[in-house]
Design a protein around this ligand. Structure first.
Ligand SMILES: Cc1cc2nc3c(=O)[nH]c(=O)nc-3n(C[C@H](O)[C@H](O)[C@H](O)COP(=O)(O)OP(=O)(O)OC[C@H]3O[C@@H](n4cnc5c(N)ncnc54)[C@H](O)[C@@H]3O)c2cc1C
Length: 280
């Protein structure tokens, strides 16, 4: 199918993007990698009147490690994160997750920020943003603001980014070598969206877990933190008994709905299995 007619804009800097967003508001859509927007337009699920292509806008494809966080420019492609983009556990969990994002052509074109803005409930980057306490930087002609991941994802495909705002950067807190990360996903076929995915990051001090961040995707409209599992883990060594107990708590605290890809019970079982794998 072909999309409905639209007006195409190709701005040359961020200021021009923001002016266009201010002018057109909810009639406009940002075009990043196009791997979600274009299929939606072709199926007439989206009918924007104006497309604002950010493909040549400078300053949106940086990957910079700061002392406290790694800044990922919105237009960084999925593929760029397949090799560790930063040292240590954060680089390795990004690389683990990147390999699960779609197929190679999608990873070559799709962007990190586009995935976050699109907010698919099964998206790997949304899960990592939620699990690792990311901050999302957005800009408009009204100024710049930062949104914590916990406040970003409102519902499936709905975020708190306003119609006139451009997501410019995602900040992921650095994880030093005390952290151990894991990512585990189940999908029907390689390259499909996850049925369920689990991400984990635990900080070990003297052999015991001092801090835990566990998240799951595919169990609701947005990626969720498994707070009971996180609390249960703290104070324990990261051994087989703790991991078994944590996976049971994880399976018990999610409340997924069944659909054509799996019943609620099946998804709960997946959470158990994937939590075990992510922590192991
Ligand atoms: C067959 C197939 C399989 C896929 N499998 C997976 C998968 O397994 N996991 C996964 O996570 N994704 C998957 N995807 C989606 C893919 O990752 C997309 O690249 C991603 O969801 C959107 O990124 P994009 O750069 O292509 O954004 P676009 O498609 O260009 O935009 C998506 C939406 O975000 C908005 N947007 C984009 N950038 C910004 C910005 N900077 N500021 C504000 N709004 C913005 C757009 O206006 C649009 O509404 C798949 C896609 C296909 C076609």
């Amino acid at each position: 199918m072909k999309p409905a007619a639209f007006h195409y804009e190709r701005p040359h800097d961020v200021a021009e993007v923001l002016d266009l967003l201010a002018e057109h508001g909810d009639e406009a859509k940002i075009l990043a990698g196009g791997q979600s927007l274009v299929p939606m337009m072709n199926f007439r699920l989206a009918r924007p009147e104006v497309i604002i292509d950010i493909g040549v806008v400078p300053g949106l494809d940086h990957l910079v490690t700061h002392e406290e966080y790694v800044a990922i420019g919105t237009r960084v492609r999925h593929i760029e994160l397949e090799q560790p983009a930063t040292d240590g556990p954060l680089g390795s969990i990004l690389a683990d997750a990147a390999r699960h994002v779609g197929h190679l052509p999608i990873r070559l074109r799709g962007t990190f920020g586009g995935s976050i803005a699109h907010a698919d409930p099964a998206a790997e980057w949304c899960l990592l943003a939620q699990t690792l306490n990311a901050d999302v930087v957005v800009a408009s002609t009204r100024g710049e603001r930062m949104i914590a991941a916990a406040d970003l994802f409102q519902s499936a495909f709905v975020t708190s980014i306003a119609d006139d705002e451009l997501l410019t950067q995602v900040r992921l807190p650095c994880l030093d070598s005390d952290w151990k990360t894991g990512f585990s996903e189940f999908s029907r076929r390689a390259g499909d969206f996850a049925v369920v995915a689990v991400a984990s990051a635990v900080r070990l001090v003297d052999g015991r877990i001092a801090e835990a961040r566990i998240g799951a995707a595919g169990v609701g409209a947005i990626p969720v933190r498994l707070s009971q599992t996180e609390m249960m883990l703290v104070g324990h060594p990261l051994g087989p008994e703790t991991i078994d107990a944590a996976s049971e708590v994880a399976g018990g605290e999610v409340d997924p709905r069944g659909d054509i890809h799996g019943s609620a019970d099946y998804r709960r079982d997946l959470v158990r299995a994937l939590t075990r794998r992510a922590l192991s």
